[in-house]
Design a protein around this ligand. Structure first.
Ligand SMILES: NC(=O)c1ccc[n+]([C@@H]2O[C@H](COP(=O)([O-])OP(=O)(O)OC[C@H]3O[C@@H](n4cnc5c(N)ncnc54)[C@H](O)[C@@H]3O)[C@@H](O)[C@H]2O)c1
Length: 449
């Protein structure tokens, strides 16, 4: 099948490369000339494990190519996937302008039947809006060219995107036309040889499914973060509580880890968009609002904990804090809505000096964080900890798991460790000489032991 992917970002590039890997002929299009020029020169613009290998292989086998030219892109495909940004507007609603613009561009250049497939996360009713945009453009051209719009929301997780894409749990196809749905089934046929994972439904339900799935996952995170807060107050250990409740097969362990709040390009904006959708229908989405509120509170928890700790020890102003990890989760360089951004902002405001390190996201972080004399960008976790009064773990990269704490503790000025991801055994950390403060677990204070 000849496929066009419009929007070559995290979703578009991974999806395009995976379709090519399955034998389709894929053109990835983007308006970002720098991004396309990098790809044409074999440079992968994002960090995603396993992606570089399949992109390079499929370029060399001539199944994957890149362009900024809509004319070339649209003429080279029968099916056009939209993998475009759907950011929040100021009021929290979803901005679908990128989708509308791309739909109009496709309509301007199409000369025969096309299926336009929406992979972006979009409000319910967007498929109909895309169809309307295409019809309007065709009318301007005084052309009557047949087309269909299908909803095929994406569920990949950054950090495991290639695996998720090649081995999806399910493939949701929302189509109001059976024949278009069958074309999508054909495109995905290589993914479902052993097990039919396709779930067919109408476009409105497909669009809603994506939001409902993200809301459920975000709800589990906010729920656990709230339980962690209660644990901390009453002296219980959330790590034990998590095992106790996760062992119930009706509940399970996934997305049930307490931490510094969820971030990234999806959950925060998608929860806000679903709240907005509900409000537009006259509903008051109490639970969705609580998910968002708890998360916003959680993003501030670690910086507040640090302030309280140092308030009893002369204040946080002028203290040096090493920050381990900046991306919103491990195995990605994505900094969009990362909890580390709120954390860094809070501590800069309080006059702390920050020594930042992340294995891959520092180039992106430098573009977003202020150019402040209070910030030092470091080579690695050891460099970050050098001379620090405290370490704060924001992202649970694997390389932080088994670090040798002995030399780290020796080269630090202070001895506090604030673990925003509950990565270490509290008592061990105390024995290693740290005041160890984590999420929802009783503090382990070595300095007064
Ligand atoms: N990132 C994820 O993990 C993830 C997972 C599932 C769903 N989604 C959804 O997928 C969509 C895309 O997300 P993303 O993270 O890949 O976004 P992204 O910002 O990484 O990529 C979007 C790309 O579209 C390009 N673009 C913008 N306007 C264009 C136009 N008119 N024509 C062609 N290209 C254009 C941008 O230059 C950019 O490269 C969003 O709706 C998102 O919510 C994302």
């Amino acid at each position: 099948m000849r496929i066009l992917i419009v929007g070559t970002g995290y979703v578009g590039l991974v999806t395009g490369a995976c379709f090519a890997e399955m034998g389709h002929t894929v053109t990835c299009l983007d308006i970002d000339e720098e991004k396309i020029s990098k790809l044409l020169n074999g440079v992968i613009p994002i960090y995603e494990p396993g992606l570089e290998e399949i992109v390079k292989r499929n370029i060399s086998q001539k199944r994957l190519r890149f362009t900024t030219d809509y004319n070339l892109g649209v003429s080279s495909a029968d099916v056009c996937f939209l993998a475009l940004p759907t950011p929040s507007r100021d009021d929290g609603s979803c901005n679908i302008e990128y989708i509308e613009t791309a739909a109009r561009q496709i309509a301007k250049h199409m000369t025969g039947y096309k299926i336009i497939v929406n992979k972006s996360t979009v409000p319910v009713g967007t498929a109909a809006r895309v169809a309307q945009c295409v019809r309007e453009e065709l009318k301007k051209r005084e052309e009557e060219i047949p087309f269909d719009v299908v909803s095929n929301p994406e569920f990949l997780k950054e950090g495991a995107a290639v695996q998720d894409c090649l081995k999806p749990d399910r493939i949701i196809i929302g189509a109001d036309n059976r024949a278009a749905a069958e074309v999508l089934r054909e495109i995905y046929s290589a993914y479902i040889i052993n097990h039919d994972k396709i779930i067919l439904m109408d476009t409105l339900s497909a669009e809603m499914t994506k939001y409902a799935a993200n809301a459920m996952l975000a709800a589990r995170i906010s729920f656990m973060n709230e339980i962690a807060e209660i644990c901390k107050q009453v002296g219980a250990n959330v790590n034990e509580v998590r095992k106790g409740i996760g062992s119930d097969t009706r509940i399970g362990y996934s997305f049930f880890y307490p931490g510094v709040g969820y971030g990234g390009s999806c959950f925060p904006k998608d929860i806000r968009a679903l709240i907005s959708t509900a409000q537009q229908t006259g509903l008051q989405p109490l639970m969705l609002q609580a998910i968002d509120d708890v998360n916003n509170r959680q993003k501030k928890l670690l910086s507040q904990t640090i302030s309280r700790y140092f308030d009893e020890r002369g204040g946080v102003n002028g203290r040096t804090i090493a920050v381990w990890g900046l991306s919103f989760k491990p195995d990605t360089d994505d900094m969009r809505e990362a909890p580390s951004l709120t954390f860094v902002e809070d501590l800069l405001r309080q006059g702390a000096r920050l020594r930042l390190f992340d294995p891959v996201s520092m180039p992106n972080a430098k573009k977003i964080l202020p150019n402040s004399p209070q910030i030092t960008w470091c080579q690695d976790e050891f460099d970050a900890a050098s001379g620090a009064d405290a370490i704060a773990l924001l992202t649970e990269w694997k390389q932080f798991r088994l670090v040798d704490f002995k030399p780290i503790r020796t080269q630090m000025k202070g001895f506090a460790f604030f673990d925003g991801r509950n990565q270490y055994r509290p008592h061990d950390m105390k024995i290693k000489g740290f005041d160890y403060i984590s999420i929802g677990v009783p503090d382990q204070i070595a300095s007064t032991a």
